[in-house]
Design a protein around this ligand. Structure first.
Ligand SMILES: [Zn+2]
Length: 303
């Protein structure tokens, strides 16, 4: 770790105070963060290396990871922030990985207070079986990464898995926007095809669909079970790169019961509190913030 990587982190206690003041000021019992990454150490190190070398999927951006700590410390940081529930977003980039990742995630959730048991999937033979196994083992949320996985979410192989998840009412956080860099199947169109077949599927569009914000708002307006997570949106880092169009704020406000706090912790190039401040700066009001930072997810996951 070099100095550059720690320069954005305030003293942990001071930052925890700042985060707690934020949710206490709203009269909330804490935060729920639907987009945090925990994965097997070896995989996470590879992800961090990728950000360090500014690979093409990061848009070639300088991306110093702020919370480059051991796993136990990272989950302790979230608890110190008062994050009541969080996820362990993990995802395969090739076939043959998802089942193993799901086994790890089930164990992680069992040993980590506050973690919502997370699972993932990939278009491959056997996907329906391991998705069913994960659901039966108690998975509460899935993660799909269309950009890193480089697959079409409407791939025929995924059809039974989406059907199963729609029926079970289990939310799927899906990275499907073309940010920070486009993939072969990113953008609203493939997701629209999935929703045409499975209109009840509870997709949570990660990063508010950046940079195709308005198209994904449109999908949420059309499909009542589609939600959006705020991950990295509105922060100075993102606004410089892929600004949210000001004219779309009223639509975001109107969808206030289907927008969920997400952060991308620990893989963020700034402090956690910046995500919260960025949402506050929108001036959509305390009611909107309460719903987004806690109540919507608490309702969705029955917390
Ligand atoms: Zn993420």
């Amino acid at each position: 770790m070099n100095d550059h990587h720690v320069s954005t982190a305030a003293s942990p206690a001071a930052e925890a105070d700042e985060v707690r003041r934020f949710w206490r000021g709203l009269g909330l019992p804490g935060l729920v963060d639907v987009h945090t990454h925990f994965m097997p150490e070896r995989v996470l190190r590879k992800v961090w290396d990728y950000f360090d070398t500014q690979g093409p999927l990061t848009g070639g951006l300088e991306w110093p990871i702020t919370y480059r700590q051991e796993e136990a410390e990272r989950s302790a940081v979230l608890r110190a922030f008062g994050v009541r529930a969080f996820t362990s977003m993990l995802y395969p980039h090739k076939p043959g990985m998802a089942r193993w990742l799901n086994e790890w995630a089930a164990d992680f959730a069992a040993r980590t207070p506050g973690c919502l048991h997370t699972a993932t999937l990939f278009p491959e033979p056997g996907v329906e079986a391991y998705v069913r196994e994960a659901v039966e083992a108690g998975a509460r949320v899935f993660k799909a990464h269309v950009q890193v996985g480089a697959y079409d979410p409407a791939d025929e192989l995924l059809r039974p898995a989406w059907g199963l998840l729609a029926e079970a009412g289990i939310p799927v956080v899906i990275h499907c926007g073309s940010g920070p860099a486009p993939g072969k199947h990113t953008g609203p169109e493939p997701v629209a095809r999935v929703l045409a077949r499975h209109p009840e599927l509870r997709l949570i569009v990660a990063h508010l669909g950046m940079p195709e914000y308005e198209d994904f708002l449109g999908l949420a307006e059309r499909f009542g079970q589609v939600r959006l997570d705020t991950t990295m949106a509105f922060t100075d880092f993102t606004e410089k790169l892929m600004p949210f169009p000001h004219r779309a704020l009223p639509r975001l406000s109107a969808l206030g019961d289907r927008v969920l706090l997400g952060s991308d912790f620990p893989n963020i190039p700034y402090r956690y509190v910046e995500q919260l401040r960025a949402l506050e700066r929108l001036e959509l009001g305390p009611e909107w913030l309460r719903a987004v930072c806690h109540d919507n997810a608490a309702r969705l996951f029955g917390l």
